[in-house]
Design a protein. Structure first.
Lengths: 623, 340
C-alpha cells in the first residue's frame, strides 16, 4: 500500500511543459490549464513554439513549450520564472533550464536521455548524471517505458503507445497538483471517441501517470491551489484569437450587419480565419484570398456592399495591405484590419511576440492618411477591442487597425462571459434618402456630405434607387464627391479627414488611471499586451511601499483627449514596449514630456520583474 | 416581397453627369456607348448595377455610368469586386480593366477570380499599351515594340489574354473589338447572361500612343478576311465569300485552309459549350498576333458552380441545421465554470 501523502496548500504555481514539437506539449499544457480553470483558479498561459511544424526531432530548434501560471488569487501574467519544468527530452531541458530558478522542480522523461538524444541536444555528458542539476529537485521518471507498458492492453503498437506519453506527464502533474481526473477523462472520450484505440491508450497513459505519483513514493507531498476570488458569473478559458473572432461576430450582430472576412493565411493570425470559418450559422462569410492584397480588397468590396468587413493579418501582410488601406481612407468606408503582430522586420520571428508595428499602423501609408488604431490588452479583452474597433469603423466610416500580437493570440485566460443583452449597440445608419437638391431643383444624393457631429459621410451600399454614386481613389470635391484636382479643395479634404479621425477621441470614456495612493511621481504608460506584466510589476513595487501609477492605452490613434494633462501630473513617465520605443516617441513629440522608453525585443513578453526593476531604477533609492 | 416592373430606360438614363475625359477619338467612347445602349435592353436596374474598375484610362469608365461605381486601385478591381459580388448576389457587378491593369499588376487577382467563377462581368480593354502613363509597352505589346521604355524594342513575350483566361479555368471567354458596336453588345449581353466569371477581351484603339494597333484586322475593308467570327454549332469559316475555314489536324493543331480544298464537311464545328478546354485553347492560338486572321466571338461558355452562390449555400445549410446563430451559446462552446 502506498502511503497517503500530505497535501500542502499553496498560493499558486508556474508550470512549464517542454518537449519536441511532436510531443504534444501544447495539448498537455492546454488540458492542464482547462482542468485548473474548472477548479476556479485564475490562470494565464504562454504557448511558446517554433515556426517550423516539425523541426528535426530532438533538436533545440524543435522544442515546443507551454507555460501556465495557476493561482488562488488574481494574476495577470503567465509568471516570471517557472516553479516546475516538465521536460520530455534532453532538448526540452536544455532549452529551458536557463529560465528556471534555483530549487525549482524538474520532472524529466529519463527514457529520452539516451546517447543519441543527448547529442542532438548538444549535451556532451548526461546532465542527469553529472551533478550539473544539483541546485534543482530532479525527478527522473521513465515516462516512455511506463506508458508503453500501460498501453500494451490497449492493442496499439509500441510506437503509437509512445505517442501517449504526454498524457502520462499530464496525469503525473495532475496528481501532484490534486487536479481532478474526470474532466480530462471526459475530454479524451470527446476528442478521441471516434478512434477508440487511441482514446484507450491516452486514458491508460493518463491513469498511469496519475498512479505513478501515488505509488512511486518519489514525491513527498501533493499541492492544493484553492479557487481564486472571482466575480460571480460564468467563465470560459479563452485564447485571444478566439476572443477576437467572437468580438467580431458580436459586433456584426450588434450592428445588424453581415460579417465578411477576407484573409490570407499567416502566423499568428490564421486562427481568427479558422474560427470565423466555422461560424457560418451567424451568416459569416469567409474568403481565403489569393494574397494579402486580395484579402483586404475583397473586404473593402464587401464594405462598399454594406457588410461589416474585416481582414486579418500579421506584419508582412500589413505591408501589402497598405495600398488598399489608403483607398479605404479615401473612400471613407468602414473596414477593420486586424494585425496580430509578430517580431520583424521581414519574416522575422513568425511565432514570437513584438509590438513593433505601432508606427506602421499609425503612419504606414503614403499621403496624409489618418487611420484609427485600437490595441487589445489581454486575451479576453480582444473581444471588447474588436467591438470597439467595429464601433469606430461603422460610426466614423473609416478603416480601423486593430492591433493584437502573438502573445495575446495564443495566450489564454478566464473570461467572464458577458450577458448578450449588455453588449453595446452599434448603429450602421445606412443612407436611406437623397440629401441635397441640384441646380434644377431635383433631389440628389451627394456621397461626401458630412454629419455635423462625427464628420462621417453617408454609407450608401448599392441597391437604393436615387442614391447611385461613384467613388474612387482620386481626390473628391467636398460634398459632391466628384473628381476634383483643385488644390484648395484637396487641402480642405485633407483637413476634414484629419479632423474626422481626431474627433473620434471625443467618444472615448475618461482614461483609467491606476494610482491608488494618488502620491505617485512616476506613471508607467503601456499599450496593448504589456498590460499583464506592467500590472504585476506595478503591484510588486507597491508591495515595497513605493508609489507608482499605471495607464494602459487601448486607443493609440487618436490618443485620448485627457492623456496630455494626465501625463503632466507626473514627474516621470516610463513607457515599456516590445519595440525600440515607438509609443514613447509619440508621447514625447505630442506632449513634450520627457518620457523614457523601456524596450524589449527578445520575442518574449516582459516579465513582471523587468518592469519592477525599471520602475525602481527610475524612482531611485533602495527598494 | 414587392416586385415592381423594371423601369424602361434609355442610354441617357445610364449616362452620368460627369464630363468624359478620354482623348478625342479614343476607342473607349464606342465601348461606353455600346454598353450604355445595351443596358436598357437587358431589363436590369441602375441601382442594382455596379461598375468596379482599377486604374488606367479604361478604369475611368465607372465615372461615366449613372450607376453605383467604384474606381479602385491599379490591378485590384477583380479582388474588390469579388468581395462585393459574394456578399451582394442581388447585384450585377461589372469589372472594367485595361491590359496593364488586369494582366500585369493585377494578373494574380484576375486569374483567381476566373478560377473561382465569381459572378463578375470582366471587360478587359486591350490597347496593347500603357496610355495613362503616356506610352510604355504593356504585357500584351508585341515583341520588338518601340515605346518610351523600350527604345530598342520590347524583349518581353506578350500574353495572349484569351489563352490566359482559358488556362485560368474561366467558364466564359470572349473577344470583341471597338469598331463593331453590334458585336460588342452581343458579347457583353452574353457575358451578363453567364452565371459566373465572364471574361471579354475588347480590342481597343489608343489613337494617341498606339494608333492603328488593330487596324490590320478590324478595319472595315479587311474585317471580312481578317476576323474569324465564331458561331456556336457552325463550321468555323471566314472571308468575303466564307472561302476560308479552320480544320483540326490529326496532331490536334488547328489550321486555316481554303474551303474549296477540303470541303465544308472537313471544317471544325465551333462548340462553345464543350467542357474540355483544349479546342477553345487551340482556337486562341490560331493567330500569332493582330496581323493574322484572328477569331472573335465566344471561345468558351460552360457551366460551373458560381462562387458566391456556393458560399451562400454553406451559410444557408448551417443556418438550417443550427438556426441563425446564438451568441450566448457561442460564448459557452467550450468548457465553462460558474463562480457563485
Amino acid at each position: 500500500m502506498p502511503t497517503e501523502r500530505p497535501t500542502e496548500k499553496i498560493g499558486g504555481v508556474v508550470v512549464r511543459f517542454a518537449g519536441d514539437s511532436g510531443d504534444g506539449m501544447q495539448l498537455t499544457g492546454d488540458r492542464f490549464t482547462s482542468v485548473s480553470a474548472v477548479l476556479g483558479n485564475d490562470l494565464a498561459t504562454f504557448p511558446d513554439y517554433p515556426a517550423e511544424i516539425r523541426a528535426p526531432a530532438g533538436s533545440l530548434a524543435g522544442v515546443s513549450a507551454f507555460q501556465v501560471q495557476i493561482s488562488d488569487h488574481e494574476i495577470s501574467t503567465h509568471g516570471d520564472t517557472p516553479n516546475v519544468l516538465v521536460a520530455m527530452n534532453p532538448a526540452g531541458l536544455k532549452a529551458n533550464i536557463a529560465v528556471m530558478e534555483r530549487g525549482a522542480t524538474l520532472i524529466v522523461n529519463s527514457d529520452a536521455f539516451d546517447e543519441r538524444s543527448l547529442a542532438k541536444a548538444g549535451y556532451a555528458v548526461d546532465p542527469l548524471t553529472d551533478n550539473s542539476l544539483s541546485e534543482f529537485a530532479v525527478y527522473k521518471v521513465p515516462m516512455t517505458s511506463i506508458t508503453q507498458e500501460a498501453c500494451k492492453e490497449a492493442g496499439v503498437k509500441p510506437r503509437d503507445a509512445e505517442r501517449s506519453k504526454n498524457f502520462f506527464a499530464l496525469g503525473l502533474v495532475s496528481w501532484i497538483y490534486t487536479r481532478p481526473t474526470d474532466t480530462t477523462l471526459a475530454w479524451i472520450e470527446e476528442r478521441f471517441g471516434s478512434k477508440p484505440q487511441i482514446a484507450d491508450a491516452n486514458r491508460r497513459a493518463f491513469r498511469a501517470g496519475y498512479d505513478f505519483g501515488e505509488t512511486a513514493e518519489l514525491f513527498d507531498s501533493r499541492y492544493e491551489i484553492s479557487a481564486a476570488a472571482f466575480r460571480e458569473g460564468e467563465y470560459i478559458n479563452i485564447p485571444g484569437n478566439t476572443s477576437l473572432a467572437w468580438g467580431l461576430i458580436a459586433a456584426a450582430r450588434q450592428a445588424d450587419l453581415p460579417l465578411f472576412l477576407g484573409s490570407y493565411p499567416i502566423t499568428p493570425a490564421s486562427d481568427i480565419l479558422h474560427e470565423l470559418s466555422k461560424r457560418k450559422e451567424f451568416g459569416v462569410k469567409t474568403f481565403q484570398a489569393e494574397d494579402e492584397i486580395s484579402g483586404i480588397g475583397a473586404a473593402l468590396g464587401a464594405a462598399f456592399g454594406g457588410s461589416l468587413a474585416v481582414t486579418t493579418t500579421s506584419g508582412p501582410g500589413l505591408d501589402l495591405k497598405s495600398e488598399t488601406l489608403g483607398l479605404a481612407v479615401s473612400l471613407e468606408l468602414p473596414l477593420i484590419i486586424v494585425d496580430v503582430q509578430r517580431a520583424g522586420p521581414s519574416t522575422g520571428l513568425p511565432t514570437k511576440v513584438e509590438q513593433s508595428d505601432l508606427l506602421q499602423a499609425i503612419h504606414g501609408r503614403h499621403g496624409e492618411s489618418p487611420v484609427p488604431v485600437v490595441a487589445a490588452t489581454t486575451p479576453s479583452q480582444c473581444f471588447d477591442a474588436a467591438i470597439e474597433a467595429a464601433r469606430i469603423a461603422v460610426t466614423y466610416r473609416t478603416p480601423v487597425i486593430l492591433l493584437s500580437d502573438a502573445y495575446l493570440a495564443n495566450g489564454s485566460e478566464p473570461w467572464l462571459i458577458p450577458d448578450v443583452a449588455s453588449l453595446p449597440p452599434i448603429e450602421a445608419n445606412f443612407a436611406s434618402a437623397t440629401n441635397a437638391t441640384n441646380a434644377e431643383g431635383q433631389p440628389e444624393f451627394l456621397p461626401y456630405v458630412r454629419d455635423d457631429e462625427t464628420l462621417a459621410r453617408p454609407w450608401a451600399p448599392p441597391g437604393l434607387a436615387g442614391l447611385e454614386h461613384r467613388i474612387g481613389g482620386l481626390e473628391k470635391a467636398e460634398n459632391t464627391g466628384s473628381v476634383s484636382y483643385d488644390g484648395a479643395n484637396h487641402e480642405r479634404m485633407t483637413l476634414l479627414r484629419a479632423a474626422r479621425i481626431n474627433g473620434i477621441a471625443d467618444s472615448y470614456p475618461a482614461t483609467l488611471v491606476d494610482d491608488p495612493s494618488g502620491e505617485a511621481s512616476l506613471v508607467v504608460v503601456g499599450w496593448g499586451s504589456t498590460y499583464g506584466a506592467i500590472n504585476a510589476g506595478v503591484e510588486r513595487v507597491r508591495e515595497l511601499g513605493r508609489h507608482v501609477a499605471h495607464i494602459q492605452l487601448m486607443h493609440l490613434n487618436p490618443l485620448p483627449n485627457d492623456l496630455g494633462s494626465l501625463l503632466a501630473g507626473y514627474e516621470h513617465v516610463l513607457v515599456p514596449e516590445l519595440n525600440l520605443g515607438q509609443l514613447c516617441s509619440i508621447l514625447r513629440s505630442k506632449y513634450l514630456v520627457d518620457a523614457k522608453a523601456l524596450g524589449k525585443m527578445q520575442g518574449n513578453p516582459f516579465r513582471p520583474a523587468e518592469i519592477e526593476d525599471a520602475i525602481l531604477e527610475h524612482l531611485g533609492g533602495a527598494s | 416581397m414587392t416586385s415592381t416592373a423594371v423601369p424602361i430606360t434609355t442610354k441617357k438614363d445610364w449616362s452620368s453627369d460627369q464630363e468624359i475625359r478620354w482623348c478625342p477619338g479614343c476607342g473607349d467612347y464606342s465601348i461606353l456607348t455600346a454598353l450604355q445602349m445595351l443596358l436598357p435592353e437587358l431589363g436590369v436596374r441602375r441601382e442594382k448595377t455596379v461598375f468596379v474598375s482599377g486604374i488606367g484610362c479604361a478604369s475611368r469608365f465607372p465615372y461615366y455610368m449613372n450607376t453605383y461605381g467604384l474606381h479602385s486601385i491599379h490591378g485590384r478591381a477583380p479582388a474588390i469586386a469579388t468581395g462585393l459580388a459574394v456578399t451582394r448576389p442581388d447585384l450585377d457587378v461589372w469589372v472594367i480593366c485595361g491590359d496593364g491593369d488586369a494582366l500585369s499588376i493585377g494578373g494574380n487577382h484576375l486569374i483567381h477570380a476566373l478560377r473561382r467563377n465569381v459572378n463578375l462581368n470582366i471587360l478587359m480593354f486591350n490597347n496593347q499599351i500603357y496610355g495613362l502613363t503616356k506610352g510604355q509597352y504593356s504585357p500584351t505589346s508585341e515583341e520588338g515594340k518601340v515605346t518610351k521604355s523600350t527604345p530598342f524594342g520590347s524583349i518581353d513575350h506578350p500574353f495572349n489574354p484569351i489563352s490566359l483566361a482559358i488556362g485560368a479555368e474561366a467558364t466564359f471567354v470572349a473577344r470583341t473589338h471597338d469598331m463593331d458596336r453590334k458585336h460588342m453588345q452581343e458579347m457583353f449581353g452574353r457575358a451578363h447572361q453567364h452565371d459566373g466569371s465572364s471574361f471579354v477581351e475588347v480590342y481597343q484603339n489608343c489613337n494617341v500612343f498606339n494608333d492603328g494597333a488593330f487596324s490590320a484586322i478590324t478595319g472595315k475593308d479587311v474585317r471580312s478576311t481578317m476576323l474569324i467570327e465564331l458561331h456556336n454549332g457552325e463550321p468555323i469559316r471566314f472571308g468575303a465569300d466564307l472561302e476560308r475555314g479552320v480544320v483540326q489536324l490529326p496532331d490536334g493543331r488547328l489550321e486555316i485552309v481554303s474551303v474549296a480544298d477540303v470541303g465544308t464537311d472537313a471544317l471544325l464545328i465551333h462548340d462553345e459549350h464543350r467542357d474540355e478546354p483544349g479546342l477553345a485553347f487551340a482556337l486562341s492560338r490560331l493567330s500569332n498576333g493582330v496581323h493574322e486572321p484572328t477569331p472573335i466571338g465566344i471561345f468558351r461558355d460552360v457551366v460551373r458552380g458560381e462562387y458566391g452562390a456556393e458560399m451562400q449555400a454553406q451559410v444557408d445549410l448551417e443556418q438550417e441545421k443550427k438556426g441563425t446563430g446564438d451568441l450566448a451559446a457561442l460564448f459557452r462552446s467550450a468548457t465553462t465554470w460558474t463562480v457563485d
